[in-house]
Write a new protein. Structure first.
Length: 343
């Protein structure tokens, strides 16, 4: 069977197939005269992938579990065609893409430890956590390497609510973090440790502040300082790829599955809406994981989905001194939309 890059959504796999010297017709998606690869060249990867699933009558069809987590194939139909052929050739316990499966016990126990850790951090072992278990036994220090470099060209946003009507806008030097003595616990930072919370869209911080009708806010525009190197941001908004060409960061398919599933769990907690009367204790697990990421990956921030703005993305920068506010705009919440007023 020939497959082509049009069969898949994963960029690294598409790039690998496009290095092929063979032009032919694709047997999976019916593309004509394209670069193709014999499926035998992907069997090692696919066989390793299949080894991370176990048959379970009450589980989820294999194709749905893969597609639901990674959108690995261009369509479910193409995925079924490729999986069925690969399963036939590898000859394992799973023989069809519609069989019900679950992730292996080892994967599930690794990822589920997040729930155990959350309870420990909140109620029993806040400061003396078993780091060796997380790194040496579970390998979590290798699960947060999917990241991007924040460039100097990106504009990010942060808002502050005015306390009085028709107030003047907050000046640039008042749009960053408060002094560490005044810093409260947040979704990512512990009390007394200032992290800079920013958003990709100017509307997202207004939603995060729960701005109401007729409220006025100052919205600051932020950029990475020109004299700073691009900074590494761990991304919780996109899946860890299943397929990876050999690189400096070597990982097995099992490790990539664990990374994806663990990040998915943590992302849900990062993006969980908090009410004003919820205890700050609920923030402790995500505060811990941000510090863990900073220490064990060298990353200088994270990106995660907004809890209150459906399409919004937030960034947390661990060192605010690397970011500068370049402009401040006053916005007022109207009855029908958000009205921007430059001052």
């Amino acid at each position: 069977m020939n497959v082509c890059s049009n069969c898949f959504n994963e960029l690294e796999l598409q790039a690998f197939i496009n290095t092929s010297l063979v032009n032919d017709n694709c047997d999976a998606c019916n593309s004509r005269e394209v670069k193709t690869l014999d499926i035998n060249e992907l069997l090692d990867f696919l066989s390793e992938l299949f080894s991370n699933f176990e048959l379970q009558a009450s589980g989820t069809p294999l194709i749905e579990l893969i597609q639901g987590n990674w959108s690995f194939f261009r369509t479910i139909e193409i995925g079924q065609t490729i999986l069925n052929e690969a399963l036939h050739r590898t000859g394992g316990a799973i023989y069809a893409s519609d069989q019900n499966v679950k992730f292996s016990k080892e994967i599930q126990e690794n990822v589920d430890y997040w729930d155990t850790l959350k309870e420990e951090l909140k109620w029993s072992k806040r400061f003396v956590t078993n780091i060796d278990l997380l790194t040496q036994d579970l390998g979590w220090d290798k699960f947060f390497h999917d990241s991007f470099l924040l460039p100097h060209t990106d504009t990010l946003f942060r808002a502050r609510l005015h306390h009085h009507a028709d107030s003047d806008y907050f000046p640039i030097d008042k749009m960053t973090c408060p002094p560490k003595e005044l810093v409260d616990s947040g979704r990512a930072n512990s009390a007394g440790i200032p992290y800079l919370y920013l958003s990709r869209s100017p509307d997202t911080p207004l939603c995060e502040l729960r701005a109401a009708l007729l409220d006025e806010l100052s919205v600051g525009e932020f950029k990475l300082k020109e004299d700073e190197a691009e900074i590494k941001i761990v991304d919780f908004t996109s899946p860890t790829p299943l397929y990876r060409v050999e690189s400096a960061i070597k990982s097995s398919v099992a490790e990539r599955i664990k990374a994806h599933l663990l990040k998915k769990k943590i992302s849900a907690d990062l993006s969980r809406p908090m009410r004003i009367y919820d205890s700050p204790v609920e923030y402790i697990p995500t505060q811990f994981i941000c510090e863990f990421i900073n220490v064990f990956t060298g990353a200088e921030g994270i990106q995660f989905r907004s809890s209150v703005h459906r399409t919004g993305k937030n960034l947390v920068i661990f060192n605010e001194k690397k970011i500068v506010c370049t402009n401040v705009t006053v916005r007022k919440i109207s009855a029908i939309d958000l009205i921007s007023v430059m001052r």
